[in-house]
Design a protein around this ligand. Structure first.
Ligand code: ZN
Length: 267
């Protein structure tokens, strides 16, 4: 089996996880910028984090022959403080040229607040000005449908943004159709406790096809499984999906999406 982990928060994982992922067939890992489990007190915390994502972490992954890519932003959970967000967005351009940076993400909404929406629009503007790909986080549980609608509206209202260059992550049964119908890519996050279980993700693939879909583990410092993608692939095979269809979903699709930036190259 071969697969890409298109959304893994590796800074919060152990080196053993890298070893297990490569053993399971992982060919590249992509790490969106996110919340660290606590609110950072200043822009300097983000500066150090961006250095970690673009320098230290790719070197740690390289020890196992694993290419490491990343996405940069201030995540929605810390976007309530718009002054801080403005400062953080101000330092992102100096990192965008680094070789492993794929684009802006994971941006989006957490509680669907006015300030979060404002910061989302600033990120969309930055992506448009720098011709960057976009990776979007959608809120959890009851806020998800409303948040997904607000996010899609914000993206669609900026004429410079091409939907096929944006992936809307953490979709579920009630949001996937909205996303795909509007021409965006959709990501399914495989979590043991919330978001999509492997069985639900496979149901979604069976209902909506695998044209513009990918799966990720979004492994982070919380309860999550770094091998969720290959395990779900095994489950797909058990349910009768052909090896080529599984390969398309877990390997070729992430490559198709991310190859829209020349930065994404596999050795
Ligand atoms: Zn994430």
């Amino acid at each position: 089996m071969r697969y890409i982990e298109p959304h893994g928060h590796m800074v919060s994982r152990t080196t053993d996880d890298y070893q297990d992922m490569v053993t399971a067939g992982c060919a590249a890992v992509c790490e969106p910028a996110f919340w660290a489990g606590y609110d950072r007190s200043s822009v300097h915390g983000f500066y150090d984090y961006f250095c970690q994502l673009t320098d230290y972490e790719p070197k740690r992954a390289a020890k196992f022959g694993l290419p490491h890519f990343c996405w940069l932003c201030i995540n929605p959970k810390e976007s309530e403080d718009t002054r801080l967000a403005e400062e953080v967005i101000g330092i992102i351009p100096q990192f965008l040229d680094r070789p492993n940076v794929l684009g802006i993400g994971e941006i989006g909404l957490n509680k669907n607040s006015r300030n979060e929406l404002k910061v989302l629009e600033w990120h969309i503007d930055l992506a448009a000005r720098t011709n960057s790909l976009i990776l979007v986080h959608t809120p959890h549980l009851e806020d998800k449908l409303k948040g997904t609608r607000l996010i899609l509206d914000a993206l669609k209202s900026d004429q410079r943004i091409k939907p096929e260059r944006c992936i809307i992550d953490h979709v579920e049964e009630h949001t996937v159709e909205l996303v795909l119908d509007a021409g965006f890519w959709a990501g399914m996050t495989l979590y043991p406790e919330s978001k999509c279980s492997p069985a639900r993700a496979i149901d979604i693939v069976e209902c909506y096809g695998n044209e513009r879909l990918w799966m990720n583990s979004a492994c982070d410092w919380g309860i999550s499984v770094p091998l969720a993608v290959p395990r779900t692939a095994l489950e797909m095979r058990k349910r009768g999906h052909r090896a080529e269809a599984v390969d398309r979903l877990i390997y070729q699709n992430p490559i198709r999406f991310m190859s829209q930036t020349p930065k994404f190259k596999l050795p």
